[in-house]
Design a binder for this molecule. Structure first.
Ligand code: BGN
Length: 379
């Protein structure tokens, strides 16, 4: 009798355990497909025929303000367009555009992974990076398909002869920004010619040119060799001008000095205009970031920063660039920001736009920005 009872009880326990396993399995499957589709874009890899043999080769075409992609706002988990029956293809649905997501994007995006492993030794090609990022649309634009971001962010990168770094930057940043649910565009501001480099002037050009493309609210200015090591360092704008790259490997993962504002920083349109943009007169290496810091504090703002454990960055090692020698005038100039900032800035910016090319993962803006004024003859 008691054996029978024991047998029945065991049978019931087994049934309950089996049921629990089934429920667990189902939940795991749902989570797996939800998280992994966001994290690695595994479904979008097969999306709209842009796989290995895709049409997005390394070629480019020239700026076209009206070239919107019909499938730009389609969620990445939809099947490839050419696999759909004709009636279900977007062309057939022109009268019913895809509805824009109504829910605002969460403050803390759920797909973030935290600390990242960043290395620069693997073989990187632009084709590989393009294949990794099929949901980025021409000119390096991306909009989250499943929520409505508060800000539109332009990422501005001053550039000259750093193609190798750019591949790594795109390889790491596009997936991070996607996980962060940022609505963004990437702008490479390429200084033509071999005259002295001028980082801050290129950043002013980037601000101006990005706004000709889209109504951006926020501008993040990043060096091409700096990769965030934690995706919780969110690339959008804050109540105060933001300094993102606060703990670089080359400085022992610490701020080199309290007023450091170099590497990666971000200002809203309003904050940028309040300081009259950046100085145009810092030719060569150094000081321009200190001048920007001075502008911020002189205009009654404070720099905001992430937690030091989150604001970590790896810098791609490189030789010092040619034609970007330390600027000997920088020590004097940063003493004078108060007197110069109203006349020298976005209000006095001049340059010659040579070309705007939209590549699959970024927009390349090539400009001539002039050269430093001749030094007065002494003696
Ligand atoms: C500072 C530079 C910055 C640079 C940092 C980090 C100057 C101005 C004279 C003191 N500033 O010393 O531009 O980002 O080092 O390398 O040189």
């Amino acid at each position: 009798m008691s054996r029978l009872m024991l047998g029945r009880t065991l049978e019931r326990v087994c049934k309950v355990v089996l049921l629990l396993c089934l429920i667990h399995f189902l939940i795991m499957m749902i989570l797996y497909f939800d998280v992994y589709s966001q994290r690695f874009d595994i479904f979008s890899r097969f999306n709209n025929g842009r796989g290995t043999n895709n049409s997005r080769g390394p070629h480019h075409y020239y700026y076209n303000y009206s070239s919107g992609r019909p499938n730009a706002t389609f969620p990445s988990y939809l099947p490839a367009i050419d696999q759909l029956p004709p009636s279900a293809r977007p062309e057939a649905n022109r009268t019913r555009p895809t509805p824009k997501p109504v829910l605002p994007c969460p403050e803390a995006p759920p797909g973030l992974v935290g600390r990242l492993l960043i290395e620069f030794s693997s073989q990187m090609t632009m084709e590989k990076v393009q294949r990794e990022n099929p949901s980025v649309t021409d000119g390096g634009r991306y909009t989250p398909p499943d929520c409505r971001p508060k800000q539109k962010v332009a990422i501005i990168i001053p550039f000259r002869h750093r193609d190798h770094h750019l591949k790594f930057w795109l390889h790491y940043l596009h997936p991070i920004l996607r996980r962060q649910k940022i609505d963004y565009g990437v702008y490479i501001i390429n200084q033509l010619g071999e005259d002295t480099f001028n980082r801050a002037k290129l950043l002013n050009v980037g601000y101006t040119e990005a706004l000709r493309d889209t109504e951006y609210d926020c501008f993040i200015f990043s060096d091409v060799d700096l990769i965030p090591m934690d995706d919780r360092n969110l690339y959008h704008c804050y109540d105060q001008p933001r300094h993102f790259a606060i703990a670089m490997d080359k400085f022992g993962f610490r701020l080199p000095y309290a007023g450091y504002f170099g590497g990666v920083s971000g200002l809203s349109r309003k904050q940028f205009l309040k300081i009259n943009g950046f100085p145009n007169e810092y030719w060569g290496w150094g000081g321009e970031d200190d001048d920007i810091y001075n502008r911020i504090t002189l205009n009654g703002m404070k720099v905001s920063r992430p937690d030091v454990r989150i604001g970590r960055y790896r810098m791609i090692k490189h030789e010092r660039d040619k034609h970007n020698e330390p600027n000997p005038q920088r020590f004097n100039k940063i003493q004078n920001t108060k007197n110069t900032m109203r006349k020298d800035g976005i209000s006095s910016l001049t340059y010659r736009l040579v070309s705007v090319k939209k590549y699959p993962l970024y927009t390349n803006i090539s400009v001539e920005i002039g050269k430093p004024p001749p030094r007065p003859n002494r003696g």
